[in-house]
Ligand binder design. Structure first.
Ligand code: AP5
Length: 210
C-alpha cells in the first residue's frame, strides 16, 4: 500500500501522517523531515537542501527522487508506506511511478488535504515543532518540551511570513498540477476537508480510502 499525502504547506499532512499510519499499520516517510534531519546532521544533502528550504523553495527533483528510491528499497517500507509531502512536482510523480513499477508496486491513492490560504497563515504563524521528532504543535511557545519525546519545541525558519507566502506560491505553480497528473494516470485522488477537529479529519481520510 502506497498512499501519497498531499496538500498546501500547513494543511495538516504531518499531523495526520502518524494517525493514519497507526490506523493503517504502515510507516510514514516525510521528505521534509528527512531533509531537516540531514541539515541537523550537517551532511552534504543537508547543506544542499538548506538554502532552498529556508526560502520555501523546492529542493531539486533529483535529490528528492534519490530519497524516494532509497526509501522504497528499504525492507521496512516493503508492506507499504504513507508518503507525507514527498511528491511536489510532476517529474517527482513520474519518477515515483517509474520506481514503483520497477518494484512491481504502485501508488494506490492520493489524499489531498484541502484548506484555504488564510487558515494556513493562521496555523503556521502559531506553529512550533519538536526539533527531535518533528511533531507539530499549535500555540505552544518555542522552548517548551514535546509531549511525545521531551525534545525542545522550535519555530521553523520557513514559517516566517515571507517564506510562507513563497511556499504557497510554489504550491500553486509547481505542486498543484500533480493532482491532475494523478487523475490522468487513473490513480484514485480523494480531496479531504482539512478544517475541523484533527480526529474528524483523520476519520474523513480513512473513510475516503475505503
Ligand atoms: P515540509 O516539512 O513537508 O513542509 P510543508 O509541506 O510545507 O508542510 P508543513 O510541514 O509546513 O505542513 P503540514 O501540512 O505537515 O502541516 P502540519 O501537520 O505541520 O517541507 C519543508 C520543505 O522541505 C519544503 O518547503 C521544501 O523546501 C522541502 N521539501 C520537502 N519535500 C520536498 C519535495 N518532495 N520536493 C521538493 N522539496 C521538498 O500542521 C500545520 C499546523 O496546523 C500545526 O501547528 C498543527 O498543529 C496545526 N493543525 C494541523 N491539523 C489541524 C487541524 N485539523 N485544526 C487546527 N490546527 C491543525
Amino acid at each position: 500500500m502506497i498512499i501519497v499525502l498531499f496538500g498546501k504547506p500547513g494543511a495538516g499532512k504531518g499531523t495526520q501522517a502518524p494517525l493514519l499510519a497507526a490506523a493503517l499499520g504502515v510507516p510514514t516517510l516525510a521528505t521534509g523531515d528527512e531533509l531537516r534531519a540531514a541539515i541537523r546532521a550537517g551532511t552534504e544533502l543537508g547543506r544542499e537542501a538548506k538554502g532552498y528550504m529556508d526560502r520555501g523553495d523546492l529542493v531539486p527533483d533529483a535529490v528528492i527522487l534519490g530519497i524516494i528510491k532509497q526509501a522504497l528499497s528499504e525492507p521496512r517500507h516493503a508492506k507499504g508506506v504513507l508518503l507525507d509531502g514527498v511528491v511536489r512536482t510532476v517529474p517527482q510523480a513520474e519518477g515515483l511511478s517509474k520506481a514503483c513499477a520497477e518494484l512491481g508496486r504502485q501508488v494506490d491513492a492520493v489524499l489531498c488535504f484541502d484548506i484555504d490560504d488564510d487558515e494556513i497563515v493562521r496555523r503556521l504563524a502559531s506553529r512550533t515543532v519538536c526539533e527531535k521528532c518533528q511533531t507539530p504543535y499549535t500555540g505552544r511557545e518555542p522552548g517548551s518540551l514535546c509531549d511525545k519525546c521531551g525534545g525542545t519545541l522550535v519555530r521553523r525558519k520557513d514559517d516566517d511570513p515571507e517564506a510562507i507566502r513563497n511556499r504557497l506560491e510554489v504550491y500553486r505553480k509547481q505542486t498543484a498540477p500533480v493532482l491532475a497528473w494523478y487523475r490522468d494516470a487513473g490513480t484514485k485522488v480523494a480531496v479531504i476537508d482539512a478544517v475541523g477537529d484533527v480526529a474528524d479529519v483523520t476519520a474523513r481520510a480513512l473513510g475516503a480510502l475505503q
